[in-house]
Design a protein around this ligand. Structure first.
Ligand code: AMP
Ligand code: MG
Length: 412
């Protein structure tokens, strides 16, 4: 006899799942493949970026005190004694009193100079430059180390790499970076009614869409999906496909976890000694949801309806994949929004309604995207957020504030 509470809240489900995750091991990869992967190591800079003081403008390197009193009507004239391009050498180049060196953006600042005046405030003629305004010390300087100082921890273990992060790795001369491995994920579709893409549809059949929705989500979260196909609703076929899936770190199935006569997924879990942690979540859509574990493998028995499968993935599988990959940030942002229509619901479950938010005068507004039946994927495709109505609330009026979970924003 199991003595577990098989019906849990969203928060309890998330906690049970995250407590079941052991992060994967590491591997070294090229920084060019590192987008969205999670760092396994802190990145500490052993250099200064930029390495030397350099100019942030095209102009002239001068001695600031030489420009004192300069104005448009009374320019000061300096003799041009050299030029430094970006990437050019400053060896042998020195700005002495009364002189200026032409300098390009990014070029190192020559000895003697203590300020850069941009071309726009000058006029050059026959080896001399007229300076039309006073400049102060260190104007238009990029200082050595102002971007990154030696010893700075610029990125941390658990950071999910974005483009600016990869740029930082490149500026620190990293070609290869140590990241968490990607979880392998098997996808199983269960259901006698399902026809796959390209197969003839018999009366009463419907297309398998879940496998493709989930495949796309898994890639988005840097998992390695393997779609194993559709299984018929028989014990034998269901067991066979689950045995094939055992090679993966994560096994996701859709359908077959409800109260139907031919829902065999839980039976197979028991047969394979998968330890079921819960079977129902107090959420709509997505109430039937079986989560189990065995050794380090995670088993997500998602509901069959297309919207339930996807919203359950977002609430429960997504955080697990991120944690498997060592990510520190796993929460989708939740903000308050003014509701633009009345909503009525029954108590007892949190409702996640498909919504579309807009921002007017710095405030969020949200309305639903139409039919909220859990088989209507269209209204999920139209949504950019989920409106979260708490368990015991039965009525929210237009103009009141509700929490919305942003679907298309990175984790925070
Ligand atoms: P089940 O939980 O197995 O009873 O599935 C519930 C409903 O979800 C089924 O009646 C189908 O309409 C739908 N469904 C199940 N699996 C899929 C799938 N892979 N793709 C699209 N719809 C599905
Ligand atoms: Mg089914």
């Amino acid at each position: 006899m199991r003595n577990k509470n098989l019906t849990v809240s969203i928060e309890e489900a998330q906690e049970i799942i995250l407590n079941s995750v052991s992060p994967l091991n590491c591997e070294n990869i090229s920084i060019m493949e590192a987008s969205n992967r999670v760092l396994y190591e802190d990145i500490v800079s052993d250099i200064m970026v930029p390495p030397t003081d350099n100019s942030s403008m095209d102009g002239y390197a001068v001695i600031a005190s030489d420009t004192r009193g300069a104005s448009h009507n009374h320019p000061i004239t300096l003799k041009i004694t050299g030029e430094i391009q970006a990437g050019g050498s400053i060896i042998g180049q020195r700005v002495s009193k009364g002189a200026a060196i032409r300098i390009m953006t990014g070029a190192p600042i020559p000895e003697g100079a203590d300020s850069i005046i941009q071309f726009e405030d000058t006029e050059e003629e026959a080896g001399y430059v007229k300076i039309f305004r006073e400049t102060v010390k260190c104007e238009n300087y990029r200082f050595a180390g102002e971007n990154i100082a030696k010893g700075d921890t610029v990125l941390q273990k658990g950071d999910r790499l974005r483009s600016a992060d990869v740029g930082i790795l490149a500026s620190l001369n990293y070609n290869i970076v140590k990241v968490y491995k990607q979880p392998t994920v098997s996808i199983i579709s269960t259901g006698d009614e399902l026809a796959d893409i390209g197969e003839d549809m018999q009366i009463g059949q419907m297309r398998n869409s879940n496998a493709y929705t989930l495949y796309t989500e898994i890639i988005k979260y840097s998992g390695l999906p393997d779609y194993l196909g559709i299984t018929k609703d028989t014990v034998k076929d269901t067991k066979e496909i689950f045995l094939k899936a055992l090679k993966s770190d994560v096994i996701i199935s859709t359908g077959g976890v409800s109260m139907g006569k031919y829902d065999y997924v839980k039976e197979i879990y028991s047969d394979l000694n998968i330890d079921i942690q819960f079977e129902w979540v107090k959420v709509k859509p997505g109430r039937p949801f079986t989560f189990g574990k065995k050794d380090n493998k995670l088993f997500f028995g998602l509901p069959g309806n297309p919207v339930s499968a996807l919203t359950s993935f977002i609430q429960f599988v997504r955080p697990a994949l991120l944690r498997l990959m060592g990510a520190k940030r796993i929460a989708k942002p939740v903000v308050n929004a003014f509701l633009e229509e009345d909503i009525n619901k029954q108590s007892g479950k949190v409702h996640l309604l498909r919504g579309y938010f807009t921002i007017k005068n710095n405030e969020f507004y949200v309305s639903t995207t139409g039919n909220q039946t859990s088989s209507v994927l269209r209204s999920m495709s139209d949504a950019n957020c989920l409106i979260m109505i708490p368990e015991n609330i039965t009525k929210v009026k237009a103009g009141e504030k509700v929490s919305i979970q942003l679907l298309d924003h990175d984790e925070i």
